[in-house]
Design a protein around this ligand. Structure first.
Ligand code: ATP
Ligand code: MG
Length: 290
């Protein structure tokens, strides 16, 4: 089936500003600081990737951006207006799959518009367009249990995009996929981004994923997390994996981010963190291969 440009609603990209945000849990002596004085922008129409050690507080930040929780201090705004709760203008794809197992791919994709009573012809055409884009046309009547992990994630991308959010927020969406499927997902996802230039915020612990996808990388510290560096990834688009592997600029960005992450891991390693010890191990293996 050919593309239906007229079926695509215009993309309205938003901008999120995080200013002096801290988040702690618990009372008095049990208080645990997870996010500390974070300030950054999720720029309009850009793909911002946040990379940080496992357990540093990334998903906590996402819950704040989504409006599921409020910061202890500081403010978060979308296009200048404070975020006071969840809203369809910010759509979150979580680490875990959120497809309904009792619905077909097609009905999963249509879930949002159907729930809002917006199943008009334009929406159905847009759904058809997205189904093609994520390569699931042959799987429209299959149920999530009949799809591979990669297909499930692609169905979720379509299910999110049909709501046409101002900002897409993705929390390690490709975690747990095998290396080859993951690389395919990067290509699908970056094509979708390049065609729409919606504002995207993508969280990961995978440096190759970060460099391949990002316009800007925010490198985070260990818990309580803070922004340690902002790196602009000025590599041309559309990107191909083979180009990135050979690119000196991509390797520079990678080294810069890894060196910061390594320092962070060493710090928490010395405080006895198992996750940090695992990271230092993985880092040393990677450094040995380079
Ligand atoms: N509601 C809560 N109450 C108390 N502590 C919490 C709460 N939510 C998160 N934390 C703590 O915040 C820390 C960071 O958790 P978070 O899930 O944000 O990390 P993450 O960076 O997303 O990790 P991962 O990469 O493994 O997904 C954890 O140590 C957790 O114990
Ligand atoms: Mg997380």
């Amino acid at each position: 089936m050919s593309e239906i440009p007229s079926a695509r609603p215009p993309v309205v990209a938003g901008e999120i500003a995080v200013r002096g945000v801290s988040k702690s849990y618990g009372a008095a002596q049990f208080r645990k600081a997870v996010v500390r004085e974070c300030s950054f922008k999720i720029e309009q129409g850009k793909l911002t990737v946040m990379i940080g050690p496992s357990g540093c507080g990334k998903s906590t930040l996402i819950r704040l951006l989504a409006g599921f929780e409020q910061p202890t201090e500081g403010s978060i705004t979308l296009d200048g207006a404070p975020i006071s709760g969840p809203d369809r203008d910010r759509l979150v794809l979580f680490q875990e799959t959120a497809l309904f197992p009792w619905m077909s791919t097609w009905n999963n994709i249509l879930y949002g518009p159907r729930a809002r009573g917006e199943l008009d012809r334009g929406t159905l055409e847009f759904a058809e367009f997205l189904l093609n884009k994520v390569g699931l046309r042959e799987f429209r009547n299959k149920y999530p249990g009949q799809l591979s992990g990669g297909m499930q994630r692609r169905a979720e991308l379509a299910r999110a995009m049909i709501n046409n959010p101002k900002v897409m927020i993705l929390d390690e969406p490709f975690r747990g996929l095998d290396a080859m499927t993951k690389e395919l997902m990067w290509e699908y996802y970056s094509r979708l981004y390049e065609e729409n230039r919606r504002t995207n915020f993508f969280v990961t612990t995978d440096i190759d994923e970060a460099v391949f996808l990002a316009d800007r990388v925010l490198v985070m510290s260990n818990i309580p997390t803070q922004v340690r560096a902002v790196i602009e990834v000025d590599l041309p688009r559309p990107r191909r994996l083979s180009d990135i592997v050979e690119s000196d600029r991509a390797n520079d960005v990678k080294k810069q981010a890894l060196s910061i992450l390594h320092t962070e891991a060493m710090r928490s390693f010395s405080r006895g963190s198992k996750a940090a010890a695992d990271f230092v191990d993985a880092y040393l293996k990677r450094a040995g291969r380079a």
